[in-house]
Design a protein around this ligand. Sequence first.
Ligand code: SF4
Ligand code: SF4
Length: 204
Amino acid sequence: MPQWQGPRIRFKCLLCGECCRLYWVPITHKDLYRIHKATGLDPFDFAAHVPKDAVGEWGVPAFLLSDGRAHYLVLKKRLDGFCIFTKLKDGHFICTIYEARPIACRFYPYVYVPGDVVKFELAEGAAKFCPGIGKGPVHDLSAEAEAALLREKEMEGYKEFVKTWNAFASSSPEEASFRRFLEEALRWADGGGTLIGTSRDLAW
Ligand code: SF4
Ligand code: SF4
């Protein structure tokens, strides 16, 4: 089990769904791939993009599209604000892709603070929005720490992919559609394919 630092507080998720409604969930190519494999869905049906200049700095890679703006990759939301994978069942909001849920979803109500040690803080506003804080036993963050290590590894790959993509989008903006981005992200996550091989040479 990895070592971690963070608040030692009582917490038990009450499945109220607030965190699945309040936030955009940033995802990586690997999250995209896992959800696609688990559900069989076309990524275009569950992924969306939000312009960085509209939401500010998130500390994750932003990719260029043919509109010339930088965007973040996120899960789609329904009109009521909930993530499209949220489902109301017996009075509780459950995640329909729980095993394949994005790594970002595995931390709430904590946030992972990247650094030399695996460190967590309570998410801003969590004390107000999350009714699970103060319930149940003192929460051990070992599972979250494992997810944090996986996030570090996958984020490096995502950074490399977005850097390659942005070089392509800068040179061929007319081809830099969101659908193309998703297709290339899946190929990159799969670790193979002829296009991904050539893309690494910036020869799209
Ligand atoms: S806000 Fe807290 S209690 Fe509600 S679903 Fe999220 S983690 Fe669980
Ligand atoms: S993927 Fe699951 S846990 Fe994450 S926001 Fe959507 S419903 Fe909630």
